[in-house]
Ligand binder design. Structure first.
Ligand SMILES: Cc1cc2nc3c(=O)[nH]c(=O)nc-3n(C[C@H](O)[C@H](O)[C@H](O)COP(=O)(O)O)c2cc1C
Length: 341
């Protein structure tokens, strides 16, 4: 078993968090991830009714500990979503894309841990000062809305900058990826795209087929889908989606996406047609090649990472020498670690 704060203190079997994905992860997916030994989360969009949140929370709760994800920029207009999340009492509330400071104390008073996704050094410092329990370093490879710094540099920057536990997000969809981030010092992996082809998502089969056939080069970081839906996402957070005919035509043309535009009419006439409609997904989509249950994905990532790390350590280090060093150190600590021969 891999030991991090997520396994040893939070009680997870695997250091894997199934991320909140508005429109893709509801109670069923969250429950499946939790049953598999990770922590499943429900994604809540800025337009969602609080009753939906409460219904999905009941479904997830049947499996055990679960989380909910909200977007901070939406909460000024939608305090009802924050209140509903407090009522649901998840184990973890993810408050991302804004400053979590105003919300942390009420979560803690309700016995709820708080996570926040960060995209820069400054956001990590702000999150730590806000008192969050876990900081998620979300790289630009991630599916959905994200920042502009890649996971690997961002993870190193955030790990150096803060003392609270850090989880890595963005581009992690194999045992190697999970092993790499925990070896670097992360408490676990925040997994979204790897779950997008699972039957437990809200996506219809036609959308899951698109995920299965997309390559790592076929995503785009864009504002078009927010502008054409009139969603006031902050400029700092475009969304990473699969490229399609619509992004090919309208990406980068934000002034042409208003309610009377051709793009607007086209988009709203073709919802569910994924040549036009959006499918948020990260660059790790190139690793998602088969329909697998969420349980299979989580267990493969968790157990596979452990196995891969053990094999890798044995290859990187001389195991016998490593063992004799440990034995000698145990026998006589006063001599310090023996020198390499
Ligand atoms: C379809 C989809 C929807 C998402 N929706 C949300 C959301 O509602 N709230 C949120 O905080 N993050 C959301 N994200 C971002 C994830 O929390 C996470 O950072 C990302 O999926 C991790 O990178 P990966 O996709 O490479 O695994 C979404 C991601 C995807 C793929």
């Amino acid at each position: 078993m891999i030991h991090t704060i997520l396994t040893d203190e939070w009680g997870l079997r695997h250091p894997i968090i199934g991320v909140p994905m508005a429109g893709a992860s509801d109670g069923a997916l969250a429950a499946a991830v939790t049953r598999a030994g990770g922590l499943g989360m429900i994604g809540i969009g800025s337009q969602t009714h609080p009753d939906f949140l409460l219904q999905q929370a009941k479904v997830a709760h049947l499996a055990g500990a679960y989380g909910i994800g909200l977007m901070i920029w939406a909460l000024d207009e939608r305090p009802d979503l924050f209140e509903a999340a407090l009522t649901a009492r998840p184990a973890l509330l993810s408050l991302s894309f804004g400053d979590p400071t105003p919300y942390v104390a009420r979560c803690h008073a309700a016995g709820i841990r708080v996570a926040t996704q960060v995209h820069t050094h400054a956001e990590a410092i702000q999150a730590q000062s806000a008192g969050v329990d876990v900081i998620v370093a979300q790289g630009t490879e991630a599916g959905g809305h994200t920042g502009s710094v890649a996971t690997l540099p961002l993870l190193q920057i955030v790990l150096e900058a803060v003392t609270v536990p850090v989880v890595a997000a963005g581009g992690i969809a194999s045992p190697r990826g999970v092993g790499a981030v925990v070896a670097a010092g992360a408490a676990g992996a925040w997994i979204g795209t790897a779950l997008l082809a699972c039957p437990e998502t809200r996506h219809p089969p036609v959308a899951r087929e698109r995920i299965l056939s997309a390559r790592e080069t076929e995503t785009v970081l864009t504002h078009v889908f927010d502008r054409v839906q009139n969603l006031p996402w902050p400029d700092a957070y475009p969304g990473r989606a699969l490229r399609n005919h619509f992004t090919g035509q309208w990406h980068g043309r934000r002034e042409d996406l208003g309610p009377s535009s051709e793009a607007y009419q086209t988009f709203h006439r073709h919802r569910g047609d994924y040549d036009i409609d959006y499918l948020y997904a990260g660059q790790a989509v190139g690793l998602v090649n088969a329909t697998r249950s969420a349980e299979d994905v989580v267990k493969t990532l968790g157990q596979g990472a452990e196995q891969w790390l053990r094999q890798r350590m044995a290859t990187l280090f001389d195991v016998n020498q490593f063992q004799s060093l440990a034995d000698n150190t145990e026998k006589d600590c006063s001599q310090g670690v023996p020198e390499e021969s």
